[in-house]
Ligand binder design. Structure first.
Ligand code: ATP
Ligand code: MG
Ligand code: MG
Ligand code: MG
Length: 563
């Protein structure tokens, strides 16, 4: 491909709200542009990268025996009513009506659609197992879309759903998917950790997340320095708790009112009811002793948030310093923004946690915001004990440290949650109808475009890994007006192409050398071949984007050097 024929709208300016390198460089490098809040266009380079990631995901899923399908992006609300998720999903689920007043949703995930496909089509245990996947647009009306592709509202996900006759077979597939995911992230050239995770409101028991290690990651994970153990802090906390069960059992509940309505809760808290609906009150108990209360507040606008924060002496998440967040993580085990549920259940122990401190759960709606199964927070004290850095809890006895990760994939053992709700059954070997036992497996394909850059960049721009680079080599013709340089460029270009190397020829007549070089560094192709003054001696320069090292190479040897 010739640079002069490609649409690569690079710019010097980054969007004002772009704080992450991936957001800045992907926009500046002409990979993507923003259409609306959390909604992006992919420009030619961005589309190439997205397709490369998608192809690797597809290849590994196919190798694992999964079948690619394409489920509709728009799904009837009826299906969501059948599964019981129409109301549980909260505001992330975008619902709308057609001209006949029928309800629809933009799919944020596709459990309902896939159960509907399999229901009455797969009827016998003999047809199982089955794993169906698709790679398709998702829409989640995220409360705070941000960080470019990292947290979009419209994004691309690979989601797979498996169906089994037995729990053992589900576990086998779950393990196969874990191995498949590891192959995907390894092929993408990423450093990652598989961590034990909470299932969130998606449901089920076993669940693992795949975290791309990067300082900018929104998730805090605990990793062991001596083995592969990793967990998001919620799950690690639970594991630690098992050990502490005896100790925790000794705590006596002094007072446990079961507050069922918002009014009861707000009276109890003595705060403005309106804000209490929007407030999240996080209480932390650290190993039987009371620590700070962490409040996070979500209001409908900034002024309200500020007022609410003042009312309950809270930190607005947006204003929280890294230290605040760190503290919140250390204390509460996680931090997030949660609305009060409709049927809130508060467990309160005056003596233990003090007059003004409160522990509260939240509803299923918010699992997307926290990644935590908040319905499981029927709160018991033990749920709030956290693992400390430096603890040796959880695995081989090695030291645990906190690190940051980007959630790039999540696999779940769903069980029969959706098949039971939607009455999707098969006949087992005794001829008895049983609900399908299911697993589901997601990969954030468009989030991965950003994750690659979060892990691979410098102050000049992107540094693509070999498998994700839009082109492997950028041939920079220093002065395209010079006949010999232009010809040498064409020669190398044709040779590399003939040898199967993905190559871009920067043949722009009116762009100066410095400008072409700047684009190379910003866009981040793994190699550049610079054709300049040394051509008279039969030499060109190869630049390694990662190290920025330059070597002179004879014109005839360029191709063999780059193969
Ligand atoms: P998060 O905790 O970041 O909100 P999630 O737990 O809600 O993610 P899942 O329901 O597990 O997400 O979806 C599977 C994958 O889809 C995630 O692991 C992530 O890589 C990707 N994903 C989820 N939400 C978004 C988003 N808003 N933008 C881009 N990718 C996303
Ligand atoms: Mg989410
Ligand atoms: Mg999550
Ligand atoms: Mg998840």
């Amino acid at each position: 491909m010739k640079f002069s024929r490609m649409f690569i709208p690079t710019t010097k300016e980054a969007p004002k709200d772009a704080t992450l390198p991936s957001h800045q460089y992907l926009v500046r490098g002409g990979f993507i542009n923003q259409v609306g809040a959390g909604i992006y266009n992919f420009m030619p380079l961005g589309k190439i990268v997205l397709d490369k990631i998608r192809a690797i995901v597809k290849e590994e899923m196919d190798n694992a025996g999964a079948n690619e399908v394409l489920m509709s992006f728009v799904t009837p609300l009826e299906l969501w009513e059948e599964s019981g998720r129409a109301n549980v999903m909260g505001h992330e689920l975008l619902k709308f009506k057609d001209r006949k007043n029928a309800g629809y949703v933009l799919s944020p995930t596709n459990e309902e659609s896939v159960v509907d496909i399999v229901k009455n089509r797969v009827t016998s245990y003999k047809d199982l197992p089955l794993n169906l996947y698709h790679i398709n647009t998702k829409f989640r009306d995220e409360a705070r879309p941000r960080f470019g592709l990292m947290r979009g509202r419209e994004f691309l996900m690979k989601d797979a759903y498996s169906f089994h006759a037995t729990q053992e077979d589900l576990v086998r597939e779950f393990n196969l998917m874990e191995e498949t995911y590891k192959k995907v992230y390894s092929r993408l050239g990423l450093e990652f950790r598989v961590v034990e995770a909470d299932s969130g409101a998606i449901g089920g028991s076993g669940s693992k997340e795949f975290m791309i290690l990067a300082n900018s990651g929104e998730d805090t994970i605990v990793v062991c320095d001596s083995c592969d153990y990793g967990a998001n802090i919620e799950a690690a906390k639970r594991k630690e708790l098992k050990k502490e069960k005896l100790e925790t059992k000794q705590i006596e509940k002094v007072h446990t009112p079961n507050l069922k309505s918002i009014e009861e809760v707000t009276n109890f808290l003595q705060i403005d009811p309106y804000y209490s609906i929007k407030a999240v009150i996080k209480k932390a108990i650290f190993k039987n002793s009371v620590e700070t209360v962490v409040f996070f507040v979500r209001g409908v606008d900034e002024l309200e948030e500020t007022k609410a924060c003042n009312a309950v002496d809270a930190i607005d998440l947006e204003d929280a310093t890294p230290e605040d967040l760190e503290k919140a993580n250390l204390i509460a085990g996680f931090c997030g923004i949660i609305d009060f549920p409709k049927n809130i259940k508060v467990v309160f122990d005056k003596e233990l946690i003090g007059e003004n401190n409160i522990v509260c759960g939240a509803n299923e709606e918010d699992y997307h915001l926290t990644g935590v199964d908040l319905t499981a927070l029927d709160l018991e004290y033990k749920d709030l004990v956290v693992v400390k850095e430096g603890d040796t809890c959880a695995c081989c006895g090695g030291k645990l440290t906190y690190t940051k990760g980007i959630e790039a994939g999540h696999i779940f053992q769903l069980g029969t949650k959706y098949s039971s709700a939607m009455n999707a059954t098969f006949l087992d070997s005794n001829g008895k109808a049983q609900p399908f036992i299911m697993g589901c497996y997601g990969i954030g394909v468009s989030r991965l475009v950003a994750a690659v850059i979060e892990q691979n960049h410098d102050e000049k721009g992107c540094i693509w890994t070999k498998s994700t680079a839009p082109f492997m080599v950028d041939i920079i013709v220093s002065n395209s007006k010079k006949e010999e340089e232009a010809q040498a460029g064409e020669k190398i270009y044709n040779e590399l192409k003939a040898n199967g190397v993905e190559v871009l020829l920067d043949d722009r007549i009116n762009a100066r050398f410095g400008f072409k070089m700047g684009d190379f560094e910003l866009i981040g192709f793994p190699y550049a071949v610079v054709i300049g003054k040394k051509l008279q001696e039969g030499l060109v320069e190869i630049i390694d984007r990662k190290t920025l090292e330059k070597v002179d190479v004879a014109l005839e040897e360029v191709t063999s050097k780059l193969l």
